[in-house]
Design a protein around this ligand. Structure first.
Ligand code: ADP
Length: 261
């Protein structure tokens, strides 16, 4: 059994390695992307345009992967402010609608009575990672649930696929739940390791979850997973709660929590 410190050291050297690779790859991709854009600006045959677009898309995907690697390697220094989780959910919903095929239903449930203290940009990066993973886990369709709740004891709704996380009073939770393939204990055990992926070469970086964990840690939050093979997966992100500016915070406490669509 690996010692915690050994594990941390191994993660750190992997981070340094990732940072080095990311830097070099950036120097490879930037001119490729620029040259493609210059070529696309001129009149082109349909065939040339199609091929140049393919090159451009791949280069952009590479650039996204590099950004993830750099976030992971350098760590994150987030500037936090109170975030209205209703806004964050709405943005996540838009992203999910644009990303998921029509065979996936999307439910949105906003039950949190507080905001969260965090960086919207960084949290959206995490949410997008989780939604992309959920998409890959539901090749034959299913249901994606985006939910928030506050730290007060209440009965989880009937249709909750898996039970709620236990939550302290001064915290809020954001959950991304899919009805996809789920994970075996062997996969769960390696989930947070950098470069661990079960996806085909060129499709997964294995950096989505370690990067997400680094971002959530820098928020003094935590991220956890519950999953069952063949049934689905639930990621719960717990963040410190924040009071919102009066305009959006003044909600009647007895009001019926907002339901999805
Ligand atoms: P990547 O998505 O690039 O593979 P991640 O770190 O985001 O990297 O995920 C690592 C692995 O965890 C994935 O390859 C997949 O096997 C598993 N995984 C992550 N999210 C889910 C999910 N929602 N359902 C099933 N498996 C998942």
């Amino acid at each position: 059994v690996e010692d915690m410190r050994e594990r941390a050291q191994r993660m750190e050297s992997l981070g340094t390695l990732a940072g080095g690779i990311a830097h070099d790859l950036n120097n490879v991709l930037t001119p490729l992307l620029l040259a493609t854009q210059v070529l696309l600006a001129d009149d082109r045959s349909d065939r040339d345009r199609e091929m140049l677009t393919t090159i451009e898309k791949s280069a952009r995907r590479g650039a996204t992967m590099i950004r993830q690697m750099l976030t992971f390697a350098r760590g994150v220094d987030v500037e936090r402010a109170p975030i209205d989780l209703a806004d964050l959910l709405a943005e996540a919903h838009r992203f999910a609608r644009d990303t998921l095929p029509d065979s996936v239903d999307i439910l949105v449930r906003h039950e949190a009575r507080h905001g969260a203290l965090g960086s919207t940009t960084h949290l959206m990066q995490v949410v997008q990672n989780l939604i992309l993973n959920a998409r890959d886990a539901m090749p034959d369709g299913g249901t994606l649930t985006l939910a928030t709740h506050s730290g007060s004891p209440h009965e989880p709704p009937e249709h909750d696929p898996l039970p709620h996380a236990v939550l302290e009073k001064d915290h809020v939770a954001l959950s991304i739940i899919d009805s996809g393939v789920g994970m075996t204990p062997e996969i769960v055990e390696r989930l947070w390791e950098p470069f661990f992926t079960t996806k085909p070469l060129g499709e997964g970086t294995g950096l989505g979850l370690p990067t997400s964990a680094a971002i959530i840690e820098s928020h003094d939050g935590r991220i956890s997973v519950r999953t069952e093979p063949g049934r689905g997966t639930r990621f719960d992100i717990v963040l410190p709660a924040a009071e919102l500016a009066p305009a959006s915070a003044e909600r009647d406490d007895d009001a019926v929590p907002g339901h999805g669509e």
